[in-house]
Design a protein. Structure first.
Lengths: 225, 323
């Protein structure tokens, strides 16, 4: 395997990790290198595999093995290459997964923002509702208080009815009074007529008596002559 | 101010500044203390922010009444009214803008002034006090233009009805008198102690608190605190509060009142007592609501203690300011 291929692979590896770290947060290059050195060193992991592969390849090319040994070396190199490819595939998948997680988190974040604003709006609405409800309660209480006072006074219908009954009584009584007065007038007139006739009769009787006594007085006077 | 004086201190009056960020309180030693509400309500408030930013002696006698106009703080002591500019007070200068006295008939006694209100329609100051009369002073010229006579004993409290421009006054003689502000003539006289449902003869007949809300009036004192409908001049609800109430206000759908007893009572118009919130002073003299500033919307109460309780949520005591 040529040096440039190896270099390209390790650069790609390095770039993958860097990209993954950058997407997850703003980590600087130095940190990535430091972390990589800490985890990998030059000893463990894929980089070592690549180094070993390169070394064994060059050894395999330059040395003279027996066909079986050569073939087994070749197999070992192919396995090692497959392992490298496998780990690269794994890292790519991890990178995809990180991207998807980021999108997911951003969607959740936007959701939460929306629900916060809607909760704020609901709170403002509820506050207005409370004010309305307080006003309504106050009006109801005032109404109740007035109603209690009004209830203490007697019912209007009853008082009207009482007034009507009293009115009727008054009318009847005045009717009766008129009748009685009329009767009184009539009796007065009748008595007046009676009395005048009596008086006239008395007068006539007196007049008659007078003429009678005059007559008797005159006749003896004539006899004496 | 030694500990004995602090023990015997009573706060008689309070008033908020026009911007709503300061509270002025007057006590029985004639001192006025100005507290900064924005400092006391801020998240990093400390012990020091609950002390006054300014404390000075304003009058010889107790400061029974404090009132804030748009620019000045008016304080009433023994027979005289002093005005202090709020801007100057905030800058800690204690020079009075003016001091005036109503014209009293006798020059022997100097009657105390118990209550002051402002008539915004014609910018006049209405004061009532120990000489049984109500004096009306024009704010611009400072002349006492009229005297309303009618009470037979000293006046405890005053109230003003904006819509009909009427002055209500309650006094020691148990009568609530209603005067027309334009013609200065008496309109009505309600003798609360004559109504059986309100009267409490064991306490007396004096009226010490008055409040109005358009057609409704609250009055209390010796007789129980009662809600009256002014159009029909009849008591509609009587509140079953045990002590004598010294100040009551209408707030939204509630009635809040303070008086004897270490609590603020929240009542409904129907006559029920909804809640009684405990406070530090053993009996309360004054209640004030800061409605001018929406950030510092608090209720403060003061009474027979050197501490003034502050309520941010009106249902419980948040903290106390102290003289």
């Amino acid at each position: 395997m040529s040096l440039c291929v190896r270099a390209r692979m390790s650069i790609k590896f390095f770039q993958l990790i860097q990209l993954a770290c950058w997407r997850m947060g703003s980590i600087t290059d130095d940190e990535v290198i430091r972390k990589r050195l800490l985890i990998d060193g030059d000893g463990a992991g894929d980089d070592r595999r690549i180094n070993v592969l390169m070394k064994s390849f060059t050894k395999w090319c330059h040395s003279s093995f027996s066909p079986e040994e050569g073939f087994s070396q070749y197999q070992r190199m192919v396995t090692s290459l497959a392992q490298c490819e496998f780990s690269m595939g794994k890292t790519l998948l991890v990178y995809d997964m990180n991207l998807k997680e980021m999108e997911n988190y951003e969607a959740i974040y936007a959701d939460i923002e929306k629900s916060i604003t809607s909760a704020h709006e609901k709170i403002a609405e509820c506050k207005k509702e409370i004010q309305r409800a307080k006003r309504i309660r106050k009006n109801r209480q005032e109404y109740d208080a007035l109603a209690r006072v009004i209830k203490q006074h007697p019912d209007r219908h009853e008082t009207l009815k009482q007034l009507e009954a009293l009115d009727k009584e008054l009318q009847e009584l005045s009717h009766i009074k008129e009748n009685v007065e009329d009767k009184l007038e009539l009796r007065k007139k009748q008595f007046h007529v009676l009395l005048t006739t009596i008086q006239e009769l008395q007068q006539t009787l007196e007049n008659d008596e007078k003429t009678d006594s005059d007559d008797t007085q005159e006749s003896p006077m004539e006899n004496g002559d | 101010m030694g500990p004995v004086e602090l023990l015997h201190m009573s706060v008689f009056s309070q008033s908020f500044s026009p911007c709503g960020r300061f509270l002025a309180a007057g006590n029985n030693y004639g001192e006025i203390a100005v507290f900064s509400l924005s400092a006391a309500l801020s998240p990093d408030a400390s012990e020091a922010s609950q002390k006054p930013i300014l404390n000075f002696t304003a009058h010889d006698g107790p400061v029974f009444s404090l009132l804030s106009t748009d620019t000045h703080l008016l304080s009433a002591g023994n027979g005289e009214i002093s005005a202090w500019s709020w801007a100057e007070l905030i800058k800690k200068s204690t020079k009075a803008a003016w001091t005036r006295k109503p014209s009293y008939e006798t020059s022997l006694e100097i009657p105390e002034i118990n209550a002051m209100i402002i008539n915004p329609k014609d910018n006049s100051l209405i004061v009532g006090g120990g000489d049984n009369n109500i004096h009306i002073m024009d704010m611009e010229t400072g002349i006492f233009k009229s005297v309303l006579k009618g009470h037979t004993d000293y006046i405890h409290c005053l109230c003003f009805k904006e819509r009909e421009e009427e002055i209500l006054s309650g006094g020691e003689d148990g009568a609530v008198r209603i005067w027309d502000a334009r013609t200065n003539r008496p309109v009505h006289c309600i003798e609360v102690f004559k109504y059986e449902e309100c009267a409490r003869p064991q306490f007396g007949k004096w009226i010490s608190c008055l409040a109005t809300d358009s057609d409704w009036m609250l009055c209390g004192g010796g007789p129980s605190l009662s809600l009256w409908h002014l159009r029909s001049m009849s008591p509609t609800s009587v509140f079953p509060l045990p002590g004598c109430q010294r100040e009551a206000v209408f707030y939204q759908d509630l009635i809040m009142s303070v008086g004897e007893g270490p609590h603020v009572s929240h009542c409904l118009h129907g006559g029920t007592v909804k809640a009684q919130i405990p406070c530090t002073p053993s009996s309360l003299n004054t209640l004030a609501l800061n409605l001018k500033n929406s950030e510092h919307r608090v209720m403060t109460v003061g009474g027979s203690s050197h501490q003034i309780d502050v309520f941010t949520n009106f249902s419980y005591r948040a903290f106390s300011l102290s003289f």
